[in-house]
Design a protein around this ligand. Sequence first.
Ligand code: FMN
Length: 484
Amino acid sequence: MASSGRTARGQDLRDWIAHMERAGELIHIEGADREREIGGIIDIAMRGMNRPSVLFDKVPGYEPGFRVLSNLLTSVKRIALTLGLPEDTSEVDLVRFWRDYMKNAPTIPPKQVNHGALLENTFTGDDIDLLKIPTPRWHEGDGGYFMGTGCMVIMKDPESGWINYGAYRVQVHDKKTASVMISKGKHGDILMRKYHEKGQPCPIAVVVGVHPGLFAVAGLEIPYGKNEFEAAGGLLGEEIRIINGPVTGLPIPAEAEIAFEGYVHKGDLIEEGPLGEWTGYYAGGKDMRPAIRVETFWHRDNPVLTGAIPGVPPNDDTFYRGTARSGAVWQELEAAGVPEVRGVWSHEAGGSRMWLTVSIKQMYAGHAKQAGLIASQCHAGAYANRVVVVVDDDIDPANINDVIWSICTRCDPRDDVQLLHGCWSTHLDPMSYPEDKHNMNSRMIIDACVPWNRKASWPDVVRNSPELEKDVRAKFGAFLPKNW
Ligand SMILES: Cc1cc2nc3c(=O)[nH]c(=O)nc-3n(C[C@H](O)[C@H](O)[C@H](O)COP(=O)(O)O)c2cc1C
């Protein structure tokens, strides 16, 4: 165990694959095609949580050994193992881990190296061929082949030199052309505009196939100005080994599976999409997006393309990010002065954003309302939220059955439901207000805690006391199924 109490996490995807294999968290499928079958299987795999990752090989029409890995972080166990936590880590303990990570914000600077497995195959000029990678059409209605979903898109601030990376979808159009879709206001969008306002092309690198811990940071809202490689080092507990792209100078993980670098020129747009998105709809449609003109392309021998596929939740985009978001909301509630928060859960069916449950130990009248309103508006919770439920500390916020029971029995809709109008949302939310109202939405805050003024006379709950629970588990635990 490392000094933090966690085991070493590594930073090479191949070590992660071997680790998941040993843990029974990965299956292999050979012969599925990239047009319908890989996506079709992943759609089935993602319909429930805690199903294994799938590694595809022998994709018809492509070199055997050129693989596709998907359904990455859709199990609590896989997320825990990726982070070096014990495999039996509970949902709320995972959220507690993320809360502490957000609060302490550990950083380890990356280390520049001159070698790495990524350099096994390097192509420039007319030798570049992005089409040799078996990029799937992930859903039947997708408008093309998205190589970048479980990816890192790396950019640099032209003024300060700050390095940022984010997970932004990347479509492949031909041998040397890709495109990127970055929502307005995301860091990549701000950085790209800075170059274009100066009349310069924007250097960009896209990395596909890295250790899921490195990828995870790409999808997190790391603060503006903070180097995400440093944040990833802090998460994985070691310096990230990077090489510098010869054309753009951008840092690229030395053990990445597939990467390319190039430029986005001002006004150089290409028809992109649609891609089935994280809300479960094709709400974004087709549009003109920035084209990436590729100048260097690398891949390892027998490369592995990673996909983190959006669609009807739950999926990668929503589940691992939901646990991290819950940690961030918890941390922001505490930072706003809300006492006795006992847990937060962003339910996976809400796409990591639309449903938040907050558990508190009620300390005063109005405490639950305060927690609910702040959770719905703090930075980590505000974007595209729809429902916030506040429950008492006897309720596990990750147990939807208990949350529904709490709403049904501890909430009087006349007094305990608050509607907020004109909140921050997105065009991907099919219920957001029309475009002319800037895609804002409304949302509901449900106080499902025992009413403060009735606490003293509230009836007892029909469930084992903690003592009886402990006693029977100690005496009969060996005879009970593991998941009881
Ligand atoms: C699998 C996955 C796909 C994503 N796709 C996009 C996307 O296409 N465009 C986008 O703007 N954000 C997308 N996001 C969300 C961003 O990655 C996320 O907001 C991240 O914080 C952005 O990085 P930034 O804070 O450095 O801008 C995606 C996230 C994940 C996990």
